[in-house]
Design a protein around this ligand. Structure first.
Ligand SMILES: [Zn+2]
Length: 384
């Protein structure tokens, strides 16, 4: 669990007993989530709270369905202790994704485990936004029924710039999606649960932070899709920039005289290393065809060009941000070791500060969807 943003009451004298109890409930929940299953005694020892306080707090968390008890371990002396763990049948999070050419939905339980997921093609460059939203709402109903859990909220991963009010302000690859109020529209279609929105690369970066290698706390995540998205994680937290729009790596210029880009610029990384240009240059029908033939001469040359451009853009970002690791996700993760080595080689010669390691995403494709769903349950764990 990340601890950044964990509610800690710095105003104990004014906040009162209710606030202290809420803080302690979150503290106990975090201890269980960090090392379940765990006994009440161990939670007391780790938090410094008394056994009686922990028991009372645990009882409340059992009643509200956030925790469950396992059967007591046999063989000990005195009253057997039932270890605590997060309730796999408790509140669940819904993740939704509206991509350039697909929609997805998934449900995760309190541990972040995916319990139901589905992705289907959907051409959003030509579809009206309302049609796209209705399609994702239908898919949501399907996965909720499949998971059989109570969904307490949703987060939507979007391929563009999102505002704090749940509006998709602009998505360079979706010309019809300008100032679309995604949160209120989907909340109504789904029957009222709170719906948040986030940038798809940011949510995929969070999935990497939460479900990837435990040592990954400072990294730059880059996903290859139709667009090229970036997510920045510093000190175990997402870095969003002054206005929440940081990470637009796809529109970093790698060739000042290059092809015009959907953003209005020219020679952006996306025009060289985005999925469509990569497929075109490789002479591949689709992503599966590219992956299958990536060792052949034409596709290998195309991957080489894309990988070097990716390395150039990433080197600029790494020199600016001083992160020790770059994570390749989406299509780039599927291209595997061949692409990883090309990017690593570029960074070796271009980064001035220190060696940078390039790794492939662990959650892989589907990271944005899982990250979106997990934000919902993690918020509940922070505020039980
Ligand atoms: Zn651009």
């Amino acid at each position: 669990m990340d601890v950044t943003g964990w509610p800690f009451d710095h105003h104990g004298s004014r906040a009162g007993a209710g606030s202290v109890r809420r803080h302690n409930l979150a503290l106990v929940l975090r201890q269980v989530a960090d090392g379940e299953p765990v006994s009440r005694a161990a939670v007391a020892a780790r938090t410094g709270l008394t056994r009686a306080t922990v028991s009372s707090l645990a009882d409340e968390l059992l009643t509200t369905g956030l925790l469950t008890e396992l059967a007591a371990a046999r063989g000990g002396q005195g009253r057997p202790a039932n270890p605590l763990q997060l309730n796999r049948s408790g509140p669940a999070g819904l993740g939704l994704e509206i991509g350039v050419d697909h929609v997805g939905a998934c449900v995760v339980d309190l541990t972040g485990t995916v319990r139901a997921t589905r992705t289907v093609p959907s051409p959003h460059r030509t579809l009206h936004p309302h049609t796209g939203l209705a399609l994702v709402a239908g898919l949501a109903a399907e996965v909720i029924a499949g998971a059989g859990l109570t969904v307490i909220g949703a987060t939507v991963a979007l391929p563009g710039v999102v505002g704090p009010d749940g509006v998709l302000q602009r998505a360079p690859n979706l010309p019809h999606w300008v100032d679309v109020p995604v949160s209120p529209a989907l909340s109504e279609m789904l029957g009222g649960p709170p719906v948040a929105v986030g940038n798809e690369a940011d949510l995929a970066a969070l999935a990497e932070l939460w479900f990837g290698a435990p040592w990954l706390t400072d990294f730059l995540y880059v996903s290859g899709e139709i667009g090229v998205g970036g997510g920045i994680v510093l000190h175990g937290a997402l870095f969003r920039g002054a206005g929440g729009r940081a990470g637009e790596l796809g529109h970093v210029v790698v060739d000042a005289e290059g092809s015009p880009c959907s953003c209005g610029g020219r020679g952006c990384l996306e025009q060289v290393a985005g999925q469509e240009e990569l497929l075109r240059a490789a002479g591949a029908r689709d992503v599966d065809d590219l992956i299958a033939r990536r060792g052949a001469e034409g596709p290998a040359a195309a991957v080489g060009v894309a990988g070097r451009a990716l390395g150039v853009a990433l080197a600029g970002a790494v020199n600016l941000l001083d992160v020790p690791t770059v994570v390749l996700g989406g299509l780039y993760a599927r291209l595997g070791e061949g692409l990883r080595e090309i990017v690593q080689c570029e960074l070796r010669t271009r980064v001035v500060a220190r060696p940078v390691e390039v790794v492939l995403s662990e959650p892989g494709t589907g990271g944005a969807l899982r990250g979106a769903a997990a934000t919902v349950v993690r918020e509940r764990l922070r505020h039980p």
